[in-house]
Design a binder for this molecule. Sequence first.
Ligand SMILES: Nc1ncnc2c1ncn2[C@@H]1O[C@H](COP(=O)(O)OP(=O)(O)O)[C@@H](O)[C@H]1O
Ligand SMILES: [Mg+2]
Length: 232
Amino acid sequence: MIRTNNLQKIFRTEEIETMALNSVNFEVKNGEFVAVMGPSGCGKSTLLNIIGLLDNPDGGDYFFDGVNVAKYKESQRTNLRKGNIGFVFQSFNLIDELNVFENVELPLLYLNINAKQRREMVEHVLDRVNISHRAKHFPQQLSGGQQQRVAIARAVVAKPKLLLADEPTGNLDSKNGLEVMHLLSELNQEGTTIVMVTHSLHDAGFAHRTVNLFDGQIITEEVKKQLGEVLH
Ligand SMILES: Nc1ncnc2c1ncn2[C@@H]1O[C@H](COP(=O)(O)OP(=O)(O)O)[C@@H](O)[C@H]1O
Ligand SMILES: [Mg+2]
């Protein structure tokens, strides 16, 4: 599904130049669940943002479904992202002024899906993440675990091919964290390809494979389980 070839990203400020990604060759197959680990500042979020088409690399190639998108303009990236890629962040990033239903509905508005179909899709996914009973609540009225389940619902409501999660359990206690990991694992078994950044070896245990980053480079890879059913 995705493959990078010598991916490079450099951040320049007036004082310093940081090589955030240094010749990264990273591949994810359809149906895989991949964990990305490494110390703070090693480039994990930078890699996820480029894979998620939120940012461009400074060098190298990025193939998304066989197409090199490394030099895509922002508008092209936005178009490709819509409906194809869902994001989940450590800090949930829900919109406080919108209730649960409206937060989850948001990506469907950008896809110009009609109101009846939107309602069906939102209700279905809220049910899927066991949060239907909170549809009218606002994010601040929910626990962290519930907020993250809403954020996951928002990320997958449009049935993206690829779900990217940047430390999704980082702000959760172990019980809520485990619930979120079970949910991600189930979504993967239902066919969603997942790339997840994590600091937790336990969470990485849910993935097929772990990629270890250090100073912007992949240093080791570890395969835990074979990808059973490869979906096309
Ligand atoms: N927008 C930015 N401007 C300047 N430096 C950045 C920016 N984003 C990230 N960096 C630097 O790039 C490196 C990698 O950052 P990041 O990908 O966020 O690491 P991680 O997610 O592994 O903690 C760090 O040294 C960080 O300070
Ligand atoms: Mg990070």
